[in-house]
Design a protein around this ligand. Structure first.
Ligand SMILES: *[C@@H]1O[C@H](CO)[C@@H](O)[C@H](O)[C@H]1NC(C)=O
Ligand SMILES: *[C@@H]1O[C@H](CO)[C@@H](O)[C@H](O)[C@H]1NC(C)=O
Ligand SMILES: *[C@@H]1O[C@H](CO)[C@@H](O)[C@H](O)[C@H]1NC(C)=O
Ligand SMILES: *[C@@H]1O[C@H](CO)[C@@H](O)[C@H](O)[C@H]1NC(C)=O
Ligand SMILES: *[C@@H]1O[C@H](CO)[C@@H](O)[C@H](O)[C@H]1NC(C)=O
Ligand SMILES: *[C@@H]1O[C@H](CO)[C@@H](O)[C@H](O)[C@H]1NC(C)=O
Ligand SMILES: *[C@@H]1O[C@H](CO)[C@@H](O)[C@H](O)[C@H]1NC(C)=O
Ligand SMILES: *[C@@H]1O[C@H](CO)[C@@H](O)[C@H](O)[C@H]1NC(C)=O
Ligand SMILES: *[C@@H]1O[C@H](CO)[C@@H](O)[C@H](O)[C@H]1NC(C)=O
Length: 472
């Protein structure tokens, strides 16, 4: 593109230089003077030609340079295109991973829902059975009432019969006393007296007999009835026991449902009085052993970090902070992935205990602790409201990514030693170097700036970080 006009220019120059003079020679004989003039002119033109050649070379060089520039910009374009493509691919991959995570969580939620449903069904069934039992007890009560009524009926008929019999006897006696003649009036009256007495006696005795019989019968019936009643009472009692056992099994089921609900969320909450290692379940990870602590500010805390001695190095790699390290019963960091999964599904509290080498202690508590996924560099996503006695030295780190010396997001981890949510750089770092004597020469110990009045030669000798699902 550039070369063509340059060549044209060159040709114009050359043609000009071929004709030395504009006018034709006047003489056929060339004078010496003229000859030397010509030679001079030729020399001049030669010089001109050489300079033009040099110019041409300069232009050629420029042209090559421009071509190289063009080539360079082409390669740059290609590289840009490649990096754009790589970025797009990366984005797609991340999206895929996220989608997978969502699906895993979805299926976990589905599973939970199914379990809950089956428990509910079971509860409904048991309730229905209970209702049935109530109905049957009512039925039995009605039957008992029937039987009682019938017994009363029998008794009444029986009494009627007895009364009638007694009446008949009285009539006989009256009749026989009426039948007397005037002649034997006195005798008769005496006899009558006698008879009357006899009749009275008879009546009394028969009454007595009847009464005895009656009583016997009644007693027998009462006994029978009592037996029946006690039988029924026993039946009722049996039903009641059955009902109670059903009540109990229902309560047990409800407890189980609650237990499952709590354990499935993955925390120490179900282990109310525990002070040891327990297995919890995390979505997408399964069973995980964690230390639980219920002797500090209520029960159900999961310990995620603890410093008690200097025997465990906390200046570790990203991968080690991701998966966790140390001894569950002593110095430990539980692992960022676990903490992320625990705080993912429901709000958590964070409780931090601190102790100075001089023995004094303090705590800081936050009511909404949450960290992001590895794709978000386990960012300290939220802390919530602070309360406590140590003053707040963590809010400074809110929204910061986690850093380790091999993945130093802000060039702080290497200096401070140990992973933390460094800003530029730190107001607290509980994963620093452990100094048993509580004093560090530079700012690389375990510190909580607000509590130690920004005296960073102080290095704390005990820390414990614990989390617990927020009780609404
Ligand atoms: C520019 O690229 C072309 C084709 O790739 C190549 O033939 C040419 O030598 C390159 N020019 C320079 C100056 O590198
Ligand atoms: C997860 O479940 C929700 C609601 O059930 C649904 O809208 C969403 O599409 C599901 N996502 C995936 C990735 O299955
Ligand atoms: C009463 O006496 C009369 C005769 O004096 C006799 O005919 C009658 O049968 C007696 N009746 C009874 C119930 O004894
Ligand atoms: C837990 O401890 C408290 C207080 O010591 C006690 O009242 C409660 O019964 C304990 N619960 C269990 C499940 O052991
Ligand atoms: C719970 O934490 C306290 C520290 O405040 C400690 O004294 C106790 O031993 C811990 N319990 C367990 C089982 O770690
Ligand atoms: C932590 O370890 C890294 C890598 O070994 C090292 O560069 C850094 O100086 C260490 N930091 C401290 C404070 O020891
Ligand atoms: C504390 O221990 C560190 C390292 O172990 C040491 O450098 C420092 O001199 C000690 N400080 C005191 C006051 O003993
Ligand atoms: C111990 O250290 C803490 C933290 O620096 C301080 O607040 C407290 O006054 C100290 N106590 C004693 C008895 O020195
Ligand atoms: C910081 O704390 C150390 C003890 O660890 C103490 O010797 C020093 O005087 C304190 N510095 C200030 C400025 O208070």
């Amino acid at each position: 593109m550039w070369i063509f006009p340059i060549l044209l220019l060159l040709v114009q120059h050359s043609t000009g230089s071929i004709l030395p003079t504009e006018s034709p020679p006047e003489d056929t004989t060339i004078s010496d003077e003229r000859q030397s003039q010509c030679t001079k002119e030729f020399e001049e033109q030669d010089q001109q030609l050489t300079s033009l050649k040099a110019q041409l070379n300069v232009y050629r060089d420029k042209a090559r340079e421009l071509e190289m520039l063009l080539n360079y910009s082409n390669t740059m374009g290609e590289r840009l295109w490649e990096s754009y493509k790589a970025q797009t691919d990366f984005k797609e991959q991340v999206e895929k991973i996220l989608m997978k995570e969502i699906q895993v969580q979805n299926s976990t939620i589905q599973l939970e829902e199914d379990q809950r449903q089956s428990f509910e069904n079971r509860l409904n069934e048991l309730e229905w059975q209970l209702k049935n039992r109530d109905l049957r007890i009512m039925e039995i009560e009605t039957q008992m009432k029937h039987k009682e009524d019938r017994t009363r009926g029998y008794l009444k008929t029986f009494m009627d019969i007895i009364e009638k019999e007694l009446e008949g006897k009285n009539a006989d006696i009256t009749l026989s006393t009426e039948n007397s003649s005037e002649r034997r009036e006195i005798q008769a009256s005496e006899q009558m007296e006698d008879l009357k007495e006899q009749a009275d006696a008879k009546q009394i005795s028969s009454d007595q007999q009847l009464k005895d019989k009656d009583t016997e019968l009644l007693l027998k019936m009462v006994k029978e009835m009592k037996e029946q009643i006690s039988k029924m009472e026993m039946q009722i009692q049996a039903r009641e026991t059955q009902m109670q056992s059903h009540d109990k099994s229902i309560r047990e089921l409800v407890d189980q449902v609650n237990f499952l609900k709590r354990t499935w969320t993955g925390s120490c909450l179900p282990f109310t009085n525990s002070t040891d290692i327990y297995t919890i379940k995390l979505p997408g990870m399964g069973s995980v052993d964690v230390p639980c602590n219920s002797s500090v500010s209520g029960s159900g805390w999961t310990v995620i970090q603890r410093r008690v001695r200097g025997n465990v190095n906390f200046n570790r790699t990203w991968s080690e902070y991701k998966h966790g390290f140390g001894d569950l019963r002593e110095n430990l960091f539980l692992g960022l992935e676990k903490i992320h999964l625990m705080t993912l599904l429901q709000p958590h509290e964070l409780y931090i205990q601190l102790q100075h080498a001089n023995g004094s202690t303090s705590y800081a508590r936050y009511d909404d602790f949450k960290i992001g996924s590895e794709a978000e560099a386990y960012k300290l996503k939220s802390l919530g409201k602070y309360s406590g006695t140590a003053e707040d030295s963590l809010a400074f780190h809110e929204d910061m990514k986690f850093s380790t010396f091999d993945r130093d997001n802000l060039d702080c981890a290497k200096y401070f030693g140990g992973g933390w949510w460094f800003d530029t750089c730190a107001e607290s770092n509980l994963n620093g170097i452990y100094y048993p004597n509580g004093t560090s020469s530079k700012r690389d110990g375990i510190f909580w700036g607000a509590w130690q009045k920004d005296n960073y030669t102080i290095s704390l000798t005990f820390t414990q970080m614990m989390i617990r699902p927020k009780v609404m």
